[in-house]
Design a protein around this ligand. Structure first.
Ligand SMILES: [Zn+2]
Length: 160
């Protein structure tokens, strides 16, 4: 699994590049941050496990479970499609479209770092992700993405 900071920053960088530079959507920083937070959502199973462990007094481990399958990606994509032509604010439609992409990016990043056996559940159980031992580059990847984000912010600031 990638680090929480890595999930956040990599998602924010990609949302910025795709939405603002490629698609020219002119999303605000708040929208970019919302996209980054969406990229963290599958790891909600970590604090949920902490809470359940505290409540039950036993060690509960949920990480890599249902939130790390393609099911939330598909469900959120269906919600985004349902909202797309509805009379909802533009920002809601865009965030609804970003969420499944951010969830999929989260799964791709986790997969790049070894992944989980749940990825293709319920179609297949077993880890289909490559085992490249890339987790030793976690900090370097985070640092590169942080620099990329700072460059993007600098370009954005100079553009105003
Ligand atoms: Zn994860």
């Amino acid at each position: 699994m990638a680090t929480a900071v890595g999930h956040l920053i990599i998602t924010m960088v990609l949302v910025e590049l795709v939405c603002n530079y490629l698609l020219k959507l002119k999303l605000s920083r708040r929208m970019i941050l919302a996209g980054g937070i969406a990229g963290l959502l599958p790891d909600l199973d970590i604090p949920l496990a902490w809470g359940l462990s505290w409540l039950t007094g036993e060690r509960v481990y949920l990480h890599g479970g249902i939130l790390h399958t393609l099911l939330p990606v598909l469900l959120s994509a269906l919600v985004a499609l349902a909202l797309w032509n509805k009379r909802v604010p533009r920002s809601v439609r865009i965030i609804a479209a970003i969420i499944p992409a951010a969830l999929l990016l989260h799964l791709a990043l986790d997969c790049a770092y070894g992944g989980y056996a749940t990825l293709l559940f319920p179609l297949h159980t077993g880890n289909v992700c490559p085992q490249w031992d890339t987790s030793k580059y976690l900090l370097e990847t985070d640092a590169i993405m942080l620099v990329a984000w700072l460059i993007i912010e600098d370009i954005r600031r100079k553009g105003k």
